[in-house]
Write a protein that binds this ligand. Structure first.
Ligand code: PLP
Length: 410
């Protein structure tokens, strides 16, 4: 064998070499490892509820196993589940989907990747307002596209004039997320309509990630651009799933919903990539969507209490600030006024990542530094943790900030 061939045998895809590891999952993994070794850490990294799924979900899964239902299903998912998902989107979001518009996927993450694979040709551009969920740019790259990152405005909403400037003839889609991970911001109704109308005028598809749509607080309502600008339903896609609002992260159930032609291609891609979605989790999801709404609401109310606790706690700490979480279960904290300070830990705060590092190493409070979401001077707190843990974390956070402000030198 020639040396040229042996070099080829040892090499990997250049395209895949550009894909970053999920920053949030890697920090969460490290923190879970430290906790397993017995280190006492308050873990506020989690992008997952600390609750159990509704009882009917667990019961349905056990019954499905006992009844031998763990076989392949149709590749786009069981028609009964697709029907229930369509009905729930009709009732809760107001978009007139039928079963044929829906593809059940093994998590919303792969639903988004498959949606992108279905529409992108090499080099096509996708607008991504940031701060954003860490996976979006990598997903676009995985699907052969080019992510175009566009900074949000001071209210953490997509900046319309910046989007306008970034849009060109190679732009085919925009990836948006409301309620937002990591900012907790919910797009207001008028803004959502304006954004939808702009996309329609520009001929852009929207992939509207509404994963946290059932988790909004204090009377704030969720709005979908696909409902407010119905014409978009012909070309745009809606993404949701069971992970966050039903506490089913590990069950891997996400939903693509969109025009029938797009759904058919997503189904075909899935038939080759996954074969079919998890059969047992599909039975459990049908039970959850049909009978688990009261427990879903109980979890939302619990998150709402925590959102108030964490917002009030941060508000009381001079030197840091965050927009009040309106949805999802994250608080995105601005630490700009601590930049340049160094305290006894010896770490100089040059970014939200540095601050998050001090919190972990010195105070044993785990959070996610803002660079994972494209924001330098922020860090993310997940309030998917008990009130006791949140209170303990707030105390430590408060004393860390006051130490930095009083004794920190720059
Ligand atoms: C905004 C957003 N979309 C989608 C997902 C993916 O969810 P799933 O667990 O269904 O893959 C997440 C998970 O963190 C998320 O935060």
């Amino acid at each position: 064998m020639s040396s040229a061939n042996s070099t080829k045998m040892g090499s990997f895809s250049e395209k895949m070499g550009q894909i970053e590891d999920s920053a949030t999952l890697s920090v969460m993994g490290k923190v879970k490892g430290l906790i397993a070794q017995g280190v006492d850490i308050i873990n506020l990294t989690a992008g997952e509820p600390d609750f159990s799924p509704p009882q009917c979900v667990n019961d349905a899964a056990i019954k499905a196993v006992q009844n031998g239902m763990g076989r392949y299903t149709p590749s786009a998912g069981l028609i009964e589940l697709r029907d229930i998902v369509a009905k729930s989107i009709r009732n809760e979001i107001g978009i007139e989907y039928q079963a044929e518009n829906v593809v059940v996927c093994n998590g919303a993450k792969i639903a988004i990747v498959q949606a992108l694979m279905a529409i992108l040709n090499d080099g096509d551009e996708v607008l991504i307002p940031f701060p954003c969920w860490t996976s979006y740019p990598e997903m676009v790259k995985l699907a052969g596209g080019v992510p175009v990152m566009v900074a949000c405005d001071e209210n953490m909403l997509p900046d319309m004039s910046a989007l306008d400037a970034a849009c060109n003839k190679r732009t085919v889609a925009i990836l948006i997320n409301t309620p937002s991970n990591p900012t907790g911001v919910v797009f207001p109704k008028d803004f959502t309509r304006e954004l939808g109308e702009w996309c329609l005028a520009k001929g852009l598809r929207i992939i509207s990630d509404e994963m946290y749509c059932a988790l909004t607080y204090n009377g704030i309502e969720h709005h979908s651009p696909l409902k407010l600008v119905p014409e978009l339903q012909k070309t745009s896609a809606w993404i949701g799933g069971m992970s966050k609002s039903f506490a089913m992260t590990g069950w891997r159930m996400g939903f693509f919903a969109g025009p029938k032609d797009w759904a058919a291609i997503v189904g075909r891609i899935q038939s080759q990539l996954a074969g079919s979605p998890n059969a047992i989790a599909q039975q459990a999801s049908m039970a959850g969507l049909s009978h688990g709404m009261a427990e879903r609401e109980a979890m939302r109310l619990e998150f709402e209490k925590r959102s108030k606790l964490i917002a009030a706690g941060i508000d009381a700490i001079e030197g840091i600030s965050c927009p009040e979480p309106q949805g999802a279960f994250y608080c995105f904290v601005d630490i700009s006024s601590l930049i340049g300070l160094t305290d006894e830990s010896g770490i100089t705060i040059n970014s939200g990542d540095d601050f998050s590092k001090v919190l972990l190493e010195v105070d044993k409070v785990a959070t996610i530094g803002g660079s994972a979401f494209g924001a330098t001077n922020h860090f993310r707190i997940s309030f998917a943790a008990s009130e006791t843990e949140l209170e303990r974390a707030l105390e430590k956070l408060s004393s860390r900030v006051s130490t930095l402000l009083t004794s920190g030198k720059n």
